[in-house]
Ligand binder design. Structure first.
Ligand SMILES: Nc1nc2c(ncn2[C@@H]2O[C@H](COP(=O)(O)OP(=O)(O)OP(=O)(O)O)[C@@H](O)[C@H]2O)c(=O)[nH]1
Ligand SMILES: [Zn+2]
Length: 358
């Protein structure tokens, strides 16, 4: 029946539930697991969840490395909750904010028995909700749990692997200082995620390589003029170049913080104030250094009718990703702007660890 939510719609709901602090249920055959995001877990909900069955806290192997816990499951570790572990314990394992003040967390007992697939899917759900990558998993759960969103675990894992389709909602003319021939297109992802915006300058022919910029949202750099990164100057210099040529396309992708969201980026910034570099900070939080899905940009370009680009970037990985996802890159156009004394070290780390060309 078409009025019943599809697996994709359930997944969108589950993200919202987790962000609200509500549990969701992952079902795999006869086995059910109750999942709560570690971030913001309340003492009451934790106690009620623990009363339902054995509880573990799933964290990524990056976070486990910082905590000196054993990641027996490859990319994740399943920490057993000590009997007296309350919401503070969960928060301190999930959130590195207090790592330096309390370096002696643990020792941790990591589970290795049985499969970790449900835990892995729970972690991926928390990540895709832009929460800290840590999830409380109680399994097996036999109690009735009316009102909770139930997800099929295998279908959810498959959905999280798949590229998200986008559709153009609308476009409107916006005269800009770089060119009066500006048009903004709004693309909505099919998974209930944040919208992405496109600024088209002029009307670039679809059968020629277009001057293109895939810009990942950076509220601090683009809007506030932060000196910690080079995003603002890159955004404005890309638009200016398109204005001079009279044609171009700028994708403004809602992949804030290289895909971890603004809250987590600010957590990373706090860690950078403690002396960790941009890559180390992501790892201490439990993230990969780059969590962006580059299929998004390729999909939107194709929907606009473009198949080849002159890509404005200093990131060779972006060029490779576009090629891998069906967009020909005929030229890499460097965007070496915005260097200042406060972002010198950051750009140096990006060059050394992430392969950016300065
Ligand atoms: N997690 C995290 N994200 C950051 C940090 N500084 C900037 N960002 C985000 O990084 C993204 C921009 O990525 P960059 O690595 O600067 O550049 P790029 O997109 O890979 O390459 P270019 O095309 O050359 O800009 C934006 O989403 C910013 O919000 C940081 O210290 N930590
Ligand atoms: Zn930035």
């Amino acid at each position: 029946m078409t009025l019943i939510p599809t697996p994709t719609e359930r997944l969108a709901r589950a993200r919202t539930d987790l962000r609200l602090g509500l549990p969701v249920v992952l079902a795999s055959g006869d086995v059910r697991a109750l999942v709560l995001a570690a971030e913001g877990i309340s003492a009451d909900r934790l106690a009620e969840a623990r009363a339902l069955g054995p509880a573990t806290l799933a964290i990524t192997s990056w976070r486990a490395e910082t905590l000196r816990a054993r990641p027996y499951d490859g990319d994740l570790a399943r920490l057993k909750l000590p009997g007296d572990a309350g919401a503070d314990w969960v928060a301190s394992v999930a959130d590195p904010a207090t790592d330096l003040a309390h370096p002696m967390k643990g020792p941790f007992e990591a589970g290795r028995e049985g499969a970790a697939d449900l835990h892995r899917t729970a972690l991926r759900l928390a990540k895709s909700a832009h929460l800290l990558p840590a999830a409380l998993v109680v399994t097996p759960v036999t109690a009735d749990l009316p009102g909770l969103t139930v997800l099929d675990a295998d279908a959810t894992a498959a959905l999280l692997d798949q590229p998200v389709p986008h559709r153009e909602v609308v476009s409107g003319r916006v005269p800009l200082s770089v060119s009066e021939k500006g048009r903004v297109h709004v693309f909505r992802p099919g998974d209930g995620g944040e919208e992405h915006f496109v600024c088209e300058i002029g009307r670039p022919p679809r059968d020629k390589p277009v001057l293109a910029r895939l810009h990942s949202a950076c509220f601090t750099g683009d809007v506030l003029g932060s000196l910690k990164c080079d995003c603002g100057p890159q955004l404005h210099s890309a638009l200016a170049a398109m204005g001079r040529e009279g044609e171009g396309v700028l994708l403004y992708l809602s992949q804030e913080g290289r895909g971890i969201g603004l809250a987590n980026k600010m957590r990373a910034y706090s860690l950078q104030d403690q002396g960790f570099d941009t890559v180390e900070a992501n790892h201490r939080l439990g993230f990969e250094d780059d969590e962006r899905d580059f299929r998004t940009g390729a999909d939107i370009l194709k929907r606009l009718g473009f198949s080849s680009v002159r890509l404005m970037t200093n990131n060779p990985a972006k060029v490779r990703m576009m090629e891998a996802h069906g967009i020909a890159v005929t030229e890499r156009v460097p965007l070496a702007v915005g260097l200042n004394p406060l972002n010198e070290k950051y750009l140096d780390v990006k060059a050394k660890k992430s392969g950016h060309i300065l």
